[in-house]
Design a binder for this molecule. Structure first.
Ligand code: URA
Length: 260
């Protein structure tokens, strides 16, 4: 190859590289990146080099702490609904069709806290409207109370720990419960019910930090400075009708408490 051929051959190679998208010349000598280095660098020394040179990566803030800050700054129920609806750190939100906040009379003396919307609630955007909700209405109707009552003494106010339906109605994780708790706490502070009814295990876990509804039900507890009564969830009663006896007992306890 004479000098001229050499020039045209090299120019053709360069043009080809430019055409293939090469923009920078990095090394004078080519590097075979498939070639395994004779001795891989020791992980410890790589890590040491990393810690010496890289700035520390800040830890991601805990979503429950963010939720607390956000919830504490809300001053009214409609503001709480809007703030919770806009809260984007809970993965469950992405799979839900609708946001489900509350139903009934916000001035009611009794606030009922369920678990999470199911399919029917997700479609309707209202809590407890499916079969379990219809049973809940019947149960409270039996002690002359209901979500449509105007009188605060006879009405109920209903919400859930989660405002979004979990995929396949799975139980919310402890992290998801912890993230939603500050919103529930603020909800109670703003609604100021006289008494809270906790429906099922998820609500007991979120509010009392305990599970085991069979043991907890029918015994007054306290949370957020309010008396709380754990009860069997109506969905459980649909599957176990024999437990309606205990549920009736608990409703009578609630009625007695409200008389006092
Ligand atoms: N179960 C719940 O706990 N909440 C609802 O809203 C519906 C079913």
């Amino acid at each position: 190859m004479d000098g001229t051929q050499d020039f045209y051959a090299l120019k053709a190679m360069l043009d080809w590289q430019v055409e293939m998208g090469v923009t920078d010349a990095i090394c004078d000598d080519p590097v075979d990146r498939y070639e395994v280095p004779a001795e891989a660098p020791k992980i410890a020394s790589v890590q040491k080099a990393k810690t010496e040179s890289a700035p520390p990566v800040p830890e991601a803030p805990d979503p429950a702490v963010i939720a607390k800050e956000v919830a504490e700054n809300v001053g009214a129920l409609d503001g709480l609904a809007a703030t919770l609806k806009a809260f984007d750190l809970c993965e469950i939100k992405r799979g839900a069709r609708n946001f489900v906040f509350a139903d009934g009379n916000p001035l009611a003396r009794v606030m009922i806290i369920g678990e999470a919307p199911g399919r029917d609630e997700d479609m309707a955007g209202r809590p407890f409207v499916g079969r379990a909700g219809q049973l809940l209405d019947k149960m409270f109707g039996a002690i002359d109370m209901g979500r449509d009552a105007v009188d605060a003494e006879k009405s109920i106010y209903i919400t859930n720990i989660l405002p979004w339906r979990p995929p396949q109605n799975r139980d919310p994780s402890p992290e998801e419960i912890a993230m939603m708790r500050p919103f529930v706490e603020r909800h109670v502070e703003l609604a100021q019910p006289g008494v809270i009814v906790l429906m099922g295990n998820v609500s007991c876990q979120a509010i009392l930090g305990k599970r085991g509804i069979t043991r907890l039900r029918g015994q007054w507890a306290e949370a957020f400075g309010k008396p709380c009564l754990p009860m069997f969830h109506p969905a459980y009663l649909l599957r176990n009708p024999a437990a309606k006896r205990e549920a009736w007992h608990d409703l009578l306890m609630l009625r007695e408490k409200l008389k006092g």
